[in-house]
Design a protein around this ligand. Structure first.
Ligand code: ZN
Ligand code: FE
Length: 258
């Protein structure tokens, strides 16, 4: 049983992830319907489910049209405004779709109710749909959550198995890596990964999915407790003795104005 995992591009830098097998598909965070409908048609798929991670329009804007066109079941977070009707899922609950079980993690920070979907095994490796919480080389902006909440959310994602494939919703990798290299100029894994991603983007290929193991070596927001990273942040902020949460907060603020 092999599943196909494919990022459908939307807007200028969104990906709507599609996972399908035997003619049945799920999509994650469809901000618009048109690209999904053509993908389904092209591949002869029926849409079984729509998974939503958070309420932003670039993740939900296509839900009403897709549900009307396909009858797909819709799943989303508990506490956010959502295109009703849908099944709302909380931390520790799960959704069974395409013969797979996705566990729901509440990962507040970018938005208050943001959730991620984690499947322990799809064709030999775990799979994570993390919305705008974790990006390759970066993390989401803190629109509704605190630095402490986001750090805790990222810590829990970082604790997933290293070979977990990470499906982020935006192609922000190159700009994230420019910032990451300013924070960690001596990180050789990071330099090599940046060169790899630049060559992918030159050929118009996605840099995603990433993996938890890779992100642990290159993503400053998963590395804020590494002495080199913490030192760079403290130096940049001019505050010499920050605790873990304050380092993370200052790192996020640094990126906001980078
Ligand atoms: Zn968002
Ligand atoms: Fe987004």
């Amino acid at each position: 049983m092999t599943h196909t995992l494919h990022p459908i591009p939307a807007f200028s830098d969104n990906y709507i992830w599609a996972l399908h097998q035997d003619g049945q598909a799920l999509v994650v965070d469809p901000g618009e319907a048109s690209g999904v409908l053509s993908y389904l048609r092209e591949h002869g798929l029926s849409l079984a489910a729509i998974l939503i991670t958070h309420h932003h329009a670039d993740h939900t804007g296509g839900v009403v049209e897709l549900r009307a066109a396909t009858g797909a079941a819709v799943y989303g977070p508990v506490v956010e405004p959502m295109p009703e009707p849908l099944t709302r899922l909380d931390q520790g609950e799960h959704v069974d779709v395409l013969g797979l079980r996705f566990e729901v993690m509440h990962v507040p920070g970018h938005t208050a109710g943001h959730i991620a979907y984690h499947c322990a095994e799809v064709d030999g490796a775990p799979l994570l749909f993390c919305g705008d919480t974790l990006f390759s080389g970066g993390c989401g902006r803190l629109f509704e959550g605190t630095p402490a909440q986001m750090l805790d959310s990222l810590d829990r994602l970082a604790a997933l198995p290293p070979h977990t494939r990470v499906c982020c919703t935006h192609e922000y990798t190159l700009s994230n890596l420019r910032f990451a290299r300013a924070v960690e100029p001596d990180n050789h894994d990071l330099a090599a990964y940046a060169a790899h991603c630049e060559s992918l983007r030159q050929r118009n290929l996605p840099t995603l999915p990433s993996s938890i193991g890779l992100e642990l070596t290159i993503n400053p927001f998963l590395r804020s407790r590494q002495p080199r990273v913490a030192q760079a942040v403290q130096q940049h902020s001019g505050q010499p003795s920050l605790d873990d949460t304050a380092v993370f907060a200052a790192l996020r603020e640094w990126k906001n104005v980078f």
